[in-house]
Design a protein around this ligand. Sequence first.
Ligand SMILES: [Cu+2]
Length: 115
Amino acid sequence: MPVLSRLILPVLSALLLALWSPGVLAADEVLVRLTIKDHRFSPERLEIPAKTKVILLIRNEDAEPEEFECLELRREKIVFPGAEVRVVLGKVDPGEYPFFGEYHEATAKGVIVAR
Ligand SMILES: [Cu+2]
């Protein structure tokens, strides 16, 4: 049914894109990206706006899993190889919050700076 598929396919692909795209956010949310590679975080100093809804998007480019952990903000999440996860930080008070990769603590570390 070519007419129907011409109608449905663009809608479906737009819908899939919306579901896939990490950039789809509410107007008052901010997306911040963090990458894991060679058992290190990049950037190691992650600046975020304070008192704003922040969503952290963490991508693991290593061949091993890593666990993002921030004790002060009470957030932890495993990121499998090649995967990308969302961590909702929420509204953070101004300050510095160290984080680390629990599986490679010697190298995987950084700090979230909220201001
Ligand atoms: Cu943990």
